[in-house]
Design a protein around this ligand. Sequence first.
Ligand code: HSE
Length: 427
Amino acid sequence: MSRVWKIGVAGLGTVGGGLLQFLAERPGFAPAGGQAVVTAVSARSRTRPRPVDISGLAWFDDPVALAVSPDIDIFVELIGGSDGPAKAAVEAALKAGKPVVTANKALIAEHGAALAVLAEAADVPLLFEAAVMGGTPAVKMLREAMVGDDVAGVAGILNGTCNFILSEMEQRGASFADVLAEAQRMGYAEADPTMDIGGFDAAHKVTIMAALAFGCAPNFAAAEIEGIDQVDLLDIRLARDLGYRIRLIASADRTPDGVAVRVHPSLVAQGHPLAETRGALNALFIEGTRIGRIFIQGPGAGAGPTAAAAADIADVMTGARRPVFQAPAVGLKPFVAVAPTRRVGKAYLRMLVKDQAGVIAAVSETLAECGVSIDSFMQKPVEDAGGVPIVLTTHAIAESVLTDAINRIEKLPAVLERPRLLRIARI
Ligand code: HSE
């Protein structure tokens, strides 16, 4: 007789509701040949309309009580948030020896190392395919398929909301504020969009990717994060004239100095697959030392996380077992962050200056004094810009040198505001 796996689901939003519906319709989907049946749930509201009738399921007001219930075999956490009930429930489930499936990138990025220790001590899986790129497989790719290689780095677009906003700004010539307001009206962006537009969501995801890629403990605190809220339509237009598009690029690189995890609005050359990734799509390059470059692209939200969570449930049922990250939790390498002084890359600098003689000479003299080598230079009068924009791109340069140059340029009498720095993506 095939085994019945009793699933407890905490959090019944889009992903949780979708999972209930999927398992109600196809309980025997799993390759193990058993049955996955949701028997118990926990959510904020018991009465909110849902795609399936939950009246026949055991109800728990407290997700921690659900997590440790002897009547469930697998705990699925879809509450969200790095702390609070999600963390308490996942910890409780692992300590009680329950396999855990979660979509919670904040929880894994911020507490993944400690949770991995709990999971491996209890000898139960802790799976989170739905946490990164929705239903587009990214976690298993690094955790399983790439373990035969040494990954040098990953880079991509991991937040659909930001990519949607940047694509719309570019296509419609609309400001960040206007596109965000419209995205919120249409339900694409959250009422509080800080996690997305501030770059934190992408940083959580790339922190997880770094841990999986390099076998180190996730270290969200070491991520360097800049969101898209300061991206000006002027820069999108000027970048386009230089042959680039602006994308929120999340990257993790293994360097001789340590690991660099970064999220920045960055210039990507037109025609590059990341520049051509539009709307709410996600995309990721993985650079394997032996395999070479792999590129995946797909939806990062929508119904995909439901499928990813179901795939994790299937893994629990089949008995598939791997370390939570790439190496056993007790032996995870510490995550040594690259010091800011060691960061090197090409950059875009945009200045707004008074239209008067000698400005360009003063700017280029300052750059020369600082040792910044210019790759291209453009002055382009733009209506309503409040000054004349001058834009330049640099050859690869230490960011500390660039910051010094920006500080000095800002003080020049003809320069109207602090120069805007955007990185040029290395990928
Ligand atoms: N809010 C995320 C995004 C999806 O916009 O990509 C969930 O991680």
